[in-house]
Design a protein around this ligand. Structure first.
Ligand SMILES: Cc1cc2nc3c(=O)[nH]c(=O)nc-3n(C[C@H](O)[C@H](O)[C@H](O)COP(=O)(O)O)c2cc1C
Ligand code: SF4
Length: 643
């Protein structure tokens, strides 16, 4: 399939962007606490430019020392910061990619703890559920100072060589806060009617325009639908867009949502359909004549091309896609579809890293954020490498070792590659996971890894193979709780259900409300297998999972009338139900089938048996400690890289 529009240029103001693929802004927490660019930050952006993205919009540069929403967001509010950021711009320009600097004030969506101890400010004294700090209402002189800060930052960005500015007026940050009824309760000239609520934006726009001059591109990002009660709706957003065009804005970037409502409008988990808000971009495009960028869960270049073809927008934002695969545009252009590493919208790396204020990570791309550390150019002398286990960690290890020039063999005990990712793809909303497993399998072929299926890796077989390096990626095994009745015929494990080995019907009790248990319940409910109950020992389901995902899962369970029983301990699997303890009381929950999902433990028998091989052996992934797919992938990759 060829592309009609994706690789055609587009103009924003007088800036010609070589293709329609834009990386929209993402906080990556790779700058210093002051906001200065680091080598890690430069290389991270450079990788995407090298990979062919037409436009990169940076993370949101704070307009003053205390305007950020995260501890390590970029800043160019001081002259001394220009030089460092210029290096990043120049690295991107080497590949013809254009780069816009997104500028913002976080407003109430920040906290004193990430902002140098300074209390947060907003149009009105409200708090965002995101951080719970109470914001102080801004005075008019303070508003005017922030307007000047925007102008100053824009001027510095232009000096650093950026090709344009993106004013962040979306997602509930300070400008959005003024624009929305949801958070603006002022009764002065900055609150109330449409013109008053737009006043702060207007002043910021004029300050930025004055700072950068009439010909410098200014794009604005805003939320076309705030997806929140008394937040802005699409109809008012059309007025906003028209107003912005009249002011002289050169392009509009349509995001959605605000913080704190676990609102998938901003960043959606895999439970939302692909391109699910693109209609909003179309609605905005219909009322303006300047270019419009549409985004949200678009990671297939063919879908992006089709969206352009249907006239939904002029540029397509593919943010997380660029984390999963910085080379996506070049691969797409070369027709190498199967080699595009897909974002699986797991939120495990990217979004979670922002909360933790650590350099952004990606579940499927272990190189992301370490571009400055790894090189595959100076390949070491070839070694004979044996990888045992074909799950995520094993495949990552094998691919990395092969890319380093080693002679790699992978043994997989079963008849399928993918490990736990095979089952993980079955529940509703997890289809993206299959694409990732397919990508990995194809990559093993591309990197000429010798794969042997149905191969039992005994210690003797491993020794006889005579590898210079053995990487044990034998994964984890489901915990088999010591609960009476565990051996009954009607007791299964989650994987048996997900892999289609059994198909229970009737009253089904899932024992364990972690992610696997809940997703298995969703899978059963989706197939309408009967009355489903999830029993969880703690007071919450899916501990450790991203909040947006948990909200989506709960919604699904609710809609399908799946019963959740928290603080409930399983005591015995009986013939006619499960005996549980709840608030000190014992009771029987009648059911016909039980699905056990009570965690995993390392499958590490070989580790002990091969101890005599010393540091010839590396153990990775769940075989060391059962964690999430990202940790497994990273440890596999590192062992392969350093084989
Ligand atoms: C980790 C992370 C950080 C983000 N930070 C910003 C930001 O600084 N400014 C912004 O406008 N949007 C931010 N976004 C939203 C993205 O620009 C994008 O709109 C969103 O991820 C949906 O697009 P996608 O499905 O292509 O990833 C962020 C998204 C992620 C995943
Ligand atoms: S961590 Fe998950 S959601 Fe984030 S970019 Fe990587 S694959 Fe996508």
């Amino acid at each position: 399939m060829s592309y009609k529009h994706l690789f055609t240029p587009v103009k924003v103001g007088n800036c010609e962007i070589p293709n329609r693929i834009a990386v929209t802004a993402m906080v990556c927490s790779m700058c210093t606490e002051e906001g200065d660019a680091t080598e890690r930050y430069v290389k991270y952006h450079e990788a995407k430019a090298r990979g062919g993205y037409g436009l990169i919009i940076t993370e949101d540069y704070r307009v003053s020392a205390h305007a950020g929403g995260y501890k390590y967001v970029a800043g160019i509010y001081k002259e001394s910061q220009i030089e460092g950021h210029r290096k990043m711009v120049e690295a991107v320009h080497k590949y013809g990619t254009k780069i816009f600097c997104q500028i913002y004030h976080a407003g109430r969506q920040s906290s004193a703890s990430v902002n140098g101890g300074v209390p947060i400010v907003a149009p009105s004294p409200t708090s965002s559920p995101w951080n719970r700090d109470l914001a102080r209402e801004l005075t008019v002189p303070e508003i005017q100072q922030i307007v000047r800060d925007f102008g100053n930052t824009a001027a510095n960005a232009k000096k650093a060589g950026f090709d344009g500015i993106e004013i962040h007026a979306g997602n509930g940050y300070l400008i959005a806060g003024f624009m929305s009824f949801h958070s603006n309760k002022r009764t002065d000239e900055y609150g109330g009617c449409f013109a008053n609520r737009m006043r702060f934006f207007d002043e910021v726009y004029h300050a930025v325009r004055e700072a950068v001059g009439p010909d410098f591109p200014i794009m604005v990002r805003f939320s076309a639908d705030e997806h929140t009660l008394s937040g802005r709706t699409l109809e008012e957003s059309k007025m906003v867009a028209r107003h912005m065009e009249e002011l002289g804005v050169d392009a509009i970037n349509c995001s959605n949502g605000i913080y704190g409502t676990y609102n998938p409008g901003q960043v959606a988990p895999s439970y939302q359909p692909h391109a699910w808000t693109i209609q909003n971009a179309k609605a905005i495009k219909e009322v303006v004549s300047i270019p419009v960028l549409g985004c949200n869960s678009i990671d297939d270049p063919h879908m992006a091309d089709s969206i352009l073809d249907q006239g939904y927008c002029d540029l397509v934002g593919m943010a997380r896609c660029s984390l999963a695969d910085p080379d996506m545009p070049n691969k797409a252009k070369a027709g190498e579809d199967a080699r595009i590493r897909p974002c699986i919208r797991c939120m495990q790396g990217c979004v979670t890293s922002t909360y933790l204020q650590i350099p952004m990570r990606c579940c499927v791309n272990p190189e992301m954020n370490r571009e400055y550390l790894y090189t595959f150019e100076d390949e070491p002398a070839s070694k004979k490498v044996l990888v045992v286990g074909g799950g995520v960690a094993g495949m990552q290890a094998a691919i990395a070792a092969a890319r380093r020039g080693h002679d790699v063999t992978l043994w997989e005990k079963s008849d399928a590659l993918g490990g736990q990712f095979i089952a993980a793809a079955y529940p509703p909303g997890k289809g993206d996971y299959v694409t990732y497993t397919c990508y990995m399998i194809n990559e093993l072929k591309v990197q000429k890894v010798k794969v042997e299926m149905n191969k039992d890796a005994t210690a003797d077989a491993v020794r006889a193979f005579g590898a210079d390096k053995v990487i044990l990626a034998t994964g984890g095994l489901p915990n088999r709780p010591r609960v009476p009745g565990i051996d009954r015929d009607n007791v299964y494990f989650a994987e048996d259900i997900l892999r289609g080995r059994v198909l229970p019907e009737g009253r089904i009790l899932v024992a364990g409300g972690g992610e696997v248990g809940v997703e298995t319940a969703m899978h059963l409910a989706d197939a309408e297998r009967g009355e489903i109950t999830v029993v969880e020992m703690t007071n919450a389901i899916c501990a450790g999972a991203d909040g947006t995902r948990v909200v989506a899962m709960k919604k699904f369970l609710n809609e399908r009338e799946v019963r959740l029983m928290l603080n409930t301990k399983v005591l015995e699997f009986c013939a006619n139900g499960v005996l549980v303890e709840q608030r000190g009381r014992t009771r029987l929950i009648p059911c016909d089938h039980v699905v056990v999902s009570m965690g995993y433990h390392p499958n590490d028998a070989l580790v002990e048996e091969l101890k005599d091989l010393g540091d010839k052996v590396a153990v990775v992934g769940d075989a060391v400690k059962c964690a999430n797919a990202m940790e497994a992938g990273v440890s596999g990759f590192e062992a392969g890289y350093n084989a």
